[in-house]
Ligand binder design. Structure first.
Ligand SMILES: Nc1ncnc2c1ncn2[C@@H]1O[C@H](COP(=O)(O)OP(=O)(O)OP(=O)(O)O)[C@@H](O)[C@H]1O
Ligand SMILES: [Mg+2]
Length: 277
């Protein structure tokens, strides 16, 4: 139906997103410039790598190199069940989508990072930059099709949202391109752990700590993150929150342990719940 396509087109032409309470990311300043597609960074190799939220490319825009993450489409109401039978307040499909669709989740997390860094006058760089969002042109979408990419692949053909919204513009985030990876040594471990704790203190839960989401000592994937205010955060029981709020740090300690760089004291840095709420 044209309504949802038009609505998505309207949203994506906005100067900042998403249109809900909380942090908002600005559009990429050169969003109308031509993209030169250089290389697909995370091609689908097998089933284990095809479950992601998007496709990341090395691109050139106005003579500068960037990483461009193009997002798959997801049904905005897919997490409605997670709100529980009696949410604390009514949550619209639009708001649910803004909080849980990986594109909007990243917009909110990067906007929050930018705001909190500015307020705190942080000089040290510990998170790779995101320069804003943009939509792809029909020509760009044809390039993706040539790579065999279908941004609707996660939604069945007969899904109501797909029927209404297919044809919506493809969404992308323009990020700093991280060329080199680094070893997970003690220095990197401490650096990443401090970044995760800083994000948690600043109301961002990452929810996706896996080796493939790190490069060059940076966490690059915030598509599963919850940034406050967040409808799922608000509707999670206090009992469950205890696990949710400490999960990033605990999972990171487990991850470095599995990689052979752990301290063997994974509970040592488990943060107190009082740090978050
Ligand atoms: N800014 C960047 N610079 C360089 N490489 C990047 C950047 N962002 C992501 N990548 C690479 O692309 C891969 C996928 O990125 P990301 O995790 O954001 O997408 P995804 O849709 O979750 O895919 P996956 O399922 O592979 O994790 C990462 O493993 C990383 O190697
Ligand atoms: Mg990922």
């Amino acid at each position: 139906m044209a309504g949802d396509v038009e609505e998505n087109r309207r949203l994506l032409s906005a100067p900042e997103l998403p249109e809900c309470e909380g942090p908002k990311l600005k559009a990429f300043p050169y969003r109308d410039s031509r993209i030169t597609w250089i290389e697909w960074i995370n091609p689908i190799i097998d089933e284990s790598t095809s479950g992601g939220e998007g496709y990341v490319f090395k691109v050139e825009i106005n003579s500068r190199i960037y990483a461009l993450k193009v997002f798959k489409f997801s049904n905005p109401s897919q997490y409605r069940i997670a709100l529980g039978p009696m949410p604390k307040r009514p949550v619209t499909d639009a708001e649910l989508g803004f909080h849980t669709d990986p594109f909007y989740a990243e917009c909110r997390a990067y906007a929050q990072i930018e705001t909190r860094r500015r307020i705190q006058g942080l000089k040290r760089k510990d998170i790779a930059n995101c320069y804003g969002f943009m939509v792809l042109t029909r020509e760009d979408e044809e390039v993706l099709a040539e790579y065999g990419i279908d941004l609707w692949c996660d939604i069945p053909l007969d899904d109501e949202y797909r029927i209404r919204a297919e044809g919506s513009p493809a969404r992308a985030l323009v990020k700093e391109y991280i060329e080199e990876d680094v070893e997970m040594d003690e220095k990197t471990r401490k650096h990443i752990l401090a970044t995760i704790k800083w994000m948690n203190r600043n109301k961002i839960l990452i929810n996706d700590i896996y080796p493939r989401n790190f490069k060059g000592g940076y966490l690059l994937d915030l598509g599963s993150s919850w940034t406050k205010p967040h409808c799922l955060w608000q509707n999670t029981s206090r009992q469950t929150l205890i696990a949710v709020l400490t999960a990033d740090v605990v999972r990171f300690e487990e991850m470095v342990e599995e990689m052979g760089f752990g301290t063997g004291r994974s509970l040592r840095s488990r943060p107190a719940l009082s740090e978050y709420i």
